[in-house]
Design a protein around this ligand. Structure first.
Ligand SMILES: Cc1ncc(C[n+]2csc(CCOP(=O)(O)OP(=O)(O)O)c2C)c(N)n1
Ligand SMILES: [Mg+2]
Length: 571
């Protein structure tokens, strides 16, 4: 397996600095026990998955450990749950059996890779002693390495724990890579290795720090000079600000220098959206025109932790002149047309806080207020998605976690205003439908005291709604809003016409509460229905609530219409 990585510190787990933490200096525990101990050292207290015979002995160790094992209905759902958990908790894990489980979790791991979510995938595999003469053991696809080869492509790094002498350092290496790069990693544990106790002394892994202090100094001086000469500087904050836990530092930097902040769709909620310096979402021509104008007229745009994706940047409609941009991510720092290697994003923000900067910043009040809309309930008016979001916006608080699935759930939710530590989760770049319901489980496990509000299209709901069963089983209380427009509304708008492939079977969505034996549901036809249903769901935190929103099949948010207008040119 050709999986290598450089190890260093940029994340926030005990492994980042190469610390051995609670690990012993001599091997006294088994490979399986060591793996569990190191997961705990990474702050992973809960793990998602489904057992199978190739991973059963490890599952038994897990059940005897401090780690809470959350059994899911499907492995891809377990992967989405672990992804959401990782986004909130800093790192997450999913544990599955060989191939039938592992290959089922591929799409979720691919999404975690694409969107930089630090998920540890652990899979059991046939014992080394069972592999002689290449027998046809159940679940095997082409050969014993098929699954490893697949994850080689969609994980940052991985390991096959075949050698007891190197198993501990391999576990450390792979987990450190997950913490450093915030991307998924793969650990394959043959079932006869779980209880093996290495006989060699354990040496804690030392991790070289690759950061270049002089490059940091030169780059930060250059950025300072650019800011000092700028007429209208602006920060565009991306998702990595959240992944690397530097939200407060970023705000500190912006406040100290009075620099306005916009964020991207994937980075929505990295900065609280009621902060006085917050402009709004920057989505090129897809977003609020005033925000777009402000950012694009800026002469010094600091893109911090931003993924430059098509959806993030309004389907290539963003007009960002590289000669005015500083683009810093965990992997690269580009100032105008040149690059600096080995500058740590976190260190750069810290360094910039220390600089004496005096940028000129115009008043930003009118920019934001022009993008905000007032709302009051019209009780008898049939509900539509735009006005539903305006009403929902009134009920968000600092503790709410909002999760939006792909479809108009995400596009309409761009209008929600996150407050304080409100989390907003959506696979806004990889855009895999079906994320939201399992992610609701992951978020509920990560932050049990917080209310999760989930927006999910009917098509996406039909993909992964079975995970509501696990949500109910564990007594979580999310408010799940199912947007029933009778099919794939986004595709209807993208490619107009009476296409049968966009229709789906109409369900009585609330009846799922009867099948899974928990939760309550309500039908919503009018604005008054929604107002009452939302109030009663918020007032009753004892159980899961499902609100079935009956929408006109042609209903669509303004953001979706603008996105479709841009994207349809490419279809
Ligand atoms: C797993 C997956 N399959 C297919 C798609 C393509 N796709 C994007 S949006 C969409 C329709 C979503 O329908 P629904 O969940 O009902 O939301 P709506 O568009 O109606 O708001 C489809 C099929 C996708 N993004 N992800
Ligand atoms: Mg739909």
């Amino acid at each position: 397996m050709n999986l290598t990585s450089t190890l260093n510190r940029q994340g926030n787990s005990a492994l980042d600095d190469g610390q051995a933490s609670s690990a012993p200096t001599t091997a006294a525990i088994s490979v399986g026990q060591y793996l569990i101990q190191r997961l705990r050292d990474c702050g992973i207290n809960d793990l998602f998955g489904i057992p199978g015979d190739y991973i059963l002995s490890f599952y038994s160790l897990l059940e005897q450990s401090d780690i809470n094992v959350v059994g899911c209905t499907r492995e891809d759902n377990a992967g989405f749950a672990a992804d959401a958990y990782a986004r909130i908790n800093g790192m997450g894990a999913v544990c599955v059996t060989y191939c039938v489980g592992g290959l089922s979790v591929c799409n979720s791991i691919a999404g975690a890779f694409a969107e930089k979510s630090p998920v540890v995938l652990i899979s059991g595999s046939p014992g080394l002693n069972e592999r002689h003469n290449d027998p046809l053991l159940h679940h095997k696809v082409r050969d014993f390495h098929t699954q490893i080869d697949v994850f080689d492509k969609i994980c940052m790094t991985g390991t096959e724990l075949t050698n007891p002498d190197t198993a501990f350092e391999e576990i450390d290496r792979v987990l450190a890579s997950c913490a450093r790069y915030k991307r998924p990693v793969y650990i394959d544990i043959p079932r006869d290795m779980v209880h093996v106790v290495p006989q060699v002394p354990y040496k804690p892994l030392t991790i070289d720090d690759p950061w270049d202090q002089s490059a940091l100094e030169e780059a930060s001086n250059e950025i300072t000079a650019l800011l000092n000469g700028a007429r209208q500087p602006v920060i565009v904050a991306g998702v990595e600000i959240h992944r690397f836990g530097v939200q407060d530092d970023l705000i500190h930097f912006a406040e100290k220098n009075n620099i306005p902040i916009a964020s991207t769709l994937l980075g929505k909620s990295v900065v609280r959206e009621n902060h006085p310096l917050y402009l709004g979402l920057y989505e090129g021509a897809m977003g609020c025109a005033e925000v777009t104008k402000y950012v694009e007229e800026s002469d010094c745009i600091l893109l911090l932790g931003t993924f430059m994706t098509d959806l993030n940047l309004g389907i290539y409609t963003a007009q960002l002149d590289p000669a005015k941009c500083v683009h810093a991510t965990s992997e690269d720092l580009q100032i105008h047309h040149h690059h600096y290697a080995n500058v740590c994003l976190k260190d750069l923000i810290h360094e910039m806080i220390l600089k004496n900067i005096r940028p000129a910043t115009p008043e930003i009040g009118p920019v934001r207020s022009s993008c905000e809309t007032k709302y009051s309930v019209e009780y008898e008016t049939p509900i539509n998605i735009t006005r539903m979001i305006l009403r929902l916006n009134q009920s968000l608080d600092e503790e709410t976690i909002v999760i939006a699935d792909i479809g108009d759930a995400l596009f309409s939710a761009t209008q929600l205003q996150t407050r304080g530590r409100t989390e907003f989760l959506s696979p806004a770049y990889y855009t895999s439908m079906g994320f939201s319901i399992p992610a609701t489980l992951g978020a509920s496990v990560a932050k049990p005291g917080h209310r999760v509000i989930t927006l999910c299209g009917d098509g996406a709901f039909q993909m992964t709604c079975l995970e509501l069963s696990t949500i109910v089983r564990h007594g979580f209380n999310p408010i799940v809003i199912v947007l029933d427009n009778g099919g794939y509304g986004t595709e209807r708008v993208l490619h107009p016409g009476e296409w049968k492939y966009n229709e789906i079977q109409r369900w009585n969505y609330g009846d799922i509460t009867k099948m899974i034996g928990g939760g309550v549901s309500q039908h919503v036809h009018t604005e008054g229905d929604f107002d009452r249903a939302l109030k009663s769901a918020l007032a009753n935190a004892q159980q899961m609530h499902l609100l079935h929103i009956h929408l006109d099949p042609r209903d669509a948010s303004q953001t979706l219409l603008r996105m479709a207008d841009r994207m349809s040119q490419h279809i």
